[in-house]
Design a protein around this ligand. Structure first.
Ligand SMILES: N[C@@H](CCC(=O)N[C@@H](CS)C(=O)NCC(=O)O)C(=O)O
Length: 210
C-alpha cells in the first residue's frame, strides 16, 4: 500500500497516473497547495522541499519526494514502465530528466507569467514562451519516428504528458506539433491516465486539442 500526497497539478498527476498504470493499491491524501497544506509540519517530515507529490511506501516505511524519484521507485518496485537494465533504461531516464529540467520548470514559468500574470512582464512572457516552443519542437522531433518518447510507453511519457495537458494555459496550438498531438491523444485515451488525472479530485475532463 502506498500513501500518495498530491494535488491536481502536472507534478502530482505524474505519480497518480503511474500508480493507476501499475495497479498498486494506494490512498491519495489531498495537499491543497492553495491553502498552504504543503507547509504543514506533518507533510514536511516526508517532503522537506514543501512541494507535492510525495509518497510513503507502507511496505517498508520509506518516504520519497520529487516526482522523478517517485516514478523511478515505482517502476523498480513493480518492474513496469522502465527497462531493468541496459540502454533502454538510460533512454527512459534521459527523457525523464529532460522533463524534470525542461518542460517542468519552463512551462511552470509560462503558467506563472502568461496565464496568471499576463502583461506584467513582457520580457518574461516572451522568454518562457520561446523556450516552451523550443521544447515542444524537441518533443515533436523525438516523436517523429517513435510512438512514445523512449521506445515503449514508460515513466518518461507519464512525466511529460501532464505538462502538455496544460497546452491551453501555455497558448500552444498542438496542431503546430502533429507528433506531440498524436502522442498526447494516444496517452489521453488510456483508462489509467484518465483515472490518474482525476486524483485527488475531479477537475473536469482532460483538455483535448481541436
Ligand atoms: N521538482 C518537483 C517539483 C514539485 C512542484 O513544484 N510541485 C508544485 C505543484 S506542481 C508544488 O507543490 N507547489 C507548491 C508551492 O509552490 O508552494 C517535483 O517534480 O516533484
Amino acid at each position: 500500500m502506498i500513501d500518495l500526497y498530491t494535488w491536481t497539478t502536472p507534478n502530482g498527476r505524474k505519480a497518480s497516473i503511474m500508480l493507476e498504470e501499475t495497479g498498486l493499491p494506494y490512498t491519495a491524501h489531498p495537499i491543497d497547495i492553495n491553502k498552504d497544506d504543503q507547509f504543514a509540519p506533518s507533510f514536511l517530515k516526508i517532503a522537506p522541499n514543501n512541494r507535492i507529490p510525495a509518497i510513503v511506501d507502507r511496505d517498508n516505511g520509506m518516504s520519497l519526494m520529487e516526482s522523478g524519484a517517485i516514478l523511478i521507485y515505482l517502476a523498480d518496485k513493480t518492474g513496469k514502465f522502465m527497462p531493468k537494465a541496459g540502454e533502454g533504461r538510460y533512454k527512459v531516464i534521459e527523457w525523464l530528466m529532460w522533463q524534470m529540467g525542461g518542460p517542468g520548470p519552463m512551462l511552470g514559468q509560462v503558467h506563472h507569467f502568461v496565464k496568471y500574470n499576463p502583461g506584467k512582464a513582457p520580457y518574461a512572457e516572451e522568454r518562457y514562451l520561446k523556450e516552451a516552443h523550443r521544447l515542444y519542437k524537441v518533443l515533436n522531433t523525438q516523436l517523429d519516428a517513435r510512438e512514445f518518447v523512449a521506445g515503449e510507453y514508460s515513466i518518461a511519457d507519464m512525466a511529460i504528458w501532464p505538462w502538455i495537458s496544460r497546452f491551453e494555459w501555455q497558448t500552444v496550438d498542438l496542431n503546430q506539433y502533429p507528433n506531440v498531438k498524436r502522442w498526447y491523444q494516444t496517452i489521453a485515451a488510456r483508462p489509467a491516465v484518465q483515472r490518474g488525472y482525476s486524483v485527488p479530485k475531479d477537475t473536469g475532463p482532460i483538455p483535448m486539442p481541436a
